[in-house]
Design a protein around this ligand. Structure first.
Ligand code: OXD
Ligand code: MN
Length: 602
């Protein structure tokens, strides 16, 4: 097939190689134009791949269902294919590259017969930004094309950039037959290449996102001296107009999007506080002006979890989904061509279709009497970032934003306090490394099981995690002490004896951010505990918070030595079992410090 849109040998060779393997009927360059997108939408609507939603109520919005066996990331089928197993490390599934290519090429053989191969040139970050990295994804899915046009910057200008440098991340995706047993999401960091077969779920197929911006980019960052993190980025504007930026790593479906789009409670908004969203999932971080660390959101949209998103929990996310958004695996109301999901409101539509395409009404139960959910728990919206009412004016800043504080957090029903602060960078890295969380529906597997998820990167680190920990420690060494962001651990998810969340969370997390920023400014004190600095309860502003007392706050600002001694033992067992001698010495020393503190400190 004749490729006319570029003369660049590397690009041509790449496309031709995979066209030869997958044998598409046609090859089409995606130019990023609205006109081409409209044609593709019409084509996908004519085959039923997507449904156009009500153009008055949800202008430009689309609906899609994935295959029932294909609704989440598949970590056990996700591989890092480095020359040696050691390079992939103990936390990744590994395949030998030659073997992996052979296997993938044989699955991909003829996969695009009767289909079109779309060639998507895209940029992570604004084109031309010093942070920007370019990619080309080949896919046979219009759904993928349309999602990539929201999540990344798709443009023919990217081809020009690649033609100059010859450097790009190669992405190959085919739905093939959507077979679970042949589903593979393989990464070749040493070849800058991603190969994803037999899936149509966003996290596995929008290759700019998890595959590139985290797995491949974390490897690139390690080699090039920067970081790719599973972090939101938000700005807190104070009444005097000053904005401070905070990044936060939380495992999937632990409220990153909610925190990134936080609506300050009245006690704060009345005084003039505002929160601005820079990113909700991924941060690329580099040393920049003044020797500080700067963060940028390489994405251009939000791929958010729909269930639970509502006017109260996250009005900004909800408003972001009102135009030009793709909804996946939610409830489809064919009567007025709208969508619904659990937790959207208290008026579920009746006689509609669930995410599987079956007739559905609220209150329906299965043969065991369990309620049948209308939307899949991991159903999603893909919304343009610029739709967000509180998108930061710095969102497009090619240099990123300076980081004042970094947060780590997870779902811990019983152990971690609401917030505590690291003594220094090394201790902060230890906090991130030892993060744990109860699992959610964002990945296939059991839900509610506690797992260690260092820096929320367990499923996303493209190389040996022990080297990744060392890279974090080394990045700190490159930054003068006074320029290093302060590091905090937060936990919004402590529960009482009845399993009810104690802390109100959502907008009220502003009260914790406020304490964090005051700590960074040095205007508030703290209590030194064996695990780090904790707030004096009276320093957390509870103004205007009804039904929540300082006594309740005290129950989640605790350091129960028994619980933490057990935690330290678990951390030690985890370190020994997973990393052994490869664990950086500084982290072992931090663990020893924790154990000693628990014995000697109040
Ligand atoms: C996501 C995830 O979709 O982490 O952001 O799974
Ligand atoms: Mn994520």
């Amino acid at each position: 097939m004749n490729i006319t849109f570029t003369d660049n040998k590397e690009i041509k060779d790449f496309i031709e190689k995979y066209a030869k393997i997958m044998q598409p009927d046609d090859i089409v360059l995606i130019d990023g134009s609205k006109k081409q997108a409209r044609q593709l939408i019409n084509e996908a609507a004519s085959t039923g791949e997507i449904i156009k939603l009500n153009n008055k109520l949800l202008p430009g919005c689309l609906y899609h269902r994935t295959a029932p066996n294909d609704v989440a990331r598949v970590e056990d089928r996700t591989f890092i294919c480095t020359d040696t197993k050691e390079e992939a490390g103990p936390s990744n599934h590994w395949k030998e590259p030659k073997e992996a290519y052979k296997m993938l090429d044989s699955i991909a053989k003829g996969a695009m017969k009767g289909r079109t191969m779309y060639v998507i040139p895209y940029s992570m970050c604004k084109i031309g930004s010093p942070f920007a990295k370019y990619g080309i994804e080949l896919t046979d899915s219009i759904y993928v094309v349309l999602n990539m046009m929201i999540m990344t910057r798709v443009h023919t200008k990217v081809l020009k950039k690649i033609e100059k440098t010859g450097e790009f991340v190669k992405g190959i995706h085919s739905k093939v037959k959507l077979e679970l047993e042949n589903r593979y999401i393989c990464h070749f960091p040493q070849d800058n290449l991603i190969y994803s077969l037999n899936s149509g779920y966003g996290g596995n197929v929008l290759l700019g996102k998890k595959c590139f911006a985290l797995r491949i980019a974390s490897y690139q960052g390690w080699k090039e001296g920067w970081m790719a993190e599973h972090m939101l980025i938000l700005g807190v504007e104070k009444p005097n107009g000053e904005v401070k930026y905070i990044t936060g790593a939380f495992p999937s479906a632990c409220g990153k999007t909610n925190l990134a789009m936080l609506v300050p409670p009245k006690a704060y908004s009345d005084k003039g506080y505002k929160v601005w969203t820079v990113g909700d999932d991924i941060a690329w971080i580099r040393k920049g002006k003044g020797g500080k660390l700067y963060a940028i959101n390489p994405e251009n949209g939000f791929f958010g979890v729909a269930p639970g998103t509502n006017e109260k929990s996250n009005p900004n996310a909800l408003h972001s989904t009102k135009t030009n958004t793709i909804f996946t695996n939610v409830v489809y109301n064919q009567k007025n061509k709208t969508v619904w999901w659990e937790g959207l409101d208290k008026n579920p539509p009746k006689n509609v279709y669930d995410w599987l395409g079956n007739k559905w009404s609220p209150g329906m139960t299965d043969k065991d009497g369990k309620p049948i959910k209308g939307a899949n728990p991991n159903s999603r919206f893909t919304a343009p970032a610029k739709n967000c009412p509180v998108i930061s004016s710095e969102f497009e800043n090619p240099k990123g934003v300076p980081i004042t504080a970094m947060l780590f957090g997870g779902r811990r029903a019983k152990s971690a306090p609401l917030v505590y602060e690291a003594r220094d960078w090394k201790h902060g890295v230890f906090m991130g490394v030892t993060m744990a969380s109860e699992t959610t529906a964002a990945a296939a597997g059991a839900v509610g099981v506690t797992r260690r998820d260092p820096m929320a990167m367990l499923p996303f680190c493209g190389y040996n995690m022990a080297d990744y920990f060392q890279h974090w420690l080394d990045m700190g060494k490159k930054i003068k002490v006074e320029n290093r962001p302060k590091i905090f651990h937060v936990n919004w998810f402590r529960t009482d004896d009845n399993g009810k969340f104690i802390w109100p969370g959502f907008g009220d997390n502003m009260r914790v951010l406020d304490w964090i920023l005051r700590r960074c400014e040095g205007t508030v004190g703290a209590v030194e505990t064996p695990i780090g600095y904790m707030p004096n309860p009276e320093d957390i502003n509870l103004e205007g918070l009804e039904d929540f007392t300082v006594d309740e706050l005290k129950t989640i600002l605790d350091c129960d030595k028994e619980v933490w001694t057990k935690e330290a033992d678990e951390i030690e067992a985890y370190f020994n079992k997973t990393f052994g001698d490869t664990l950086p010495k500084e982290l072992k020393a931090e663990l020893n410090k924790l154990k000693k503190n628990l014995k000697t400190r109040k």
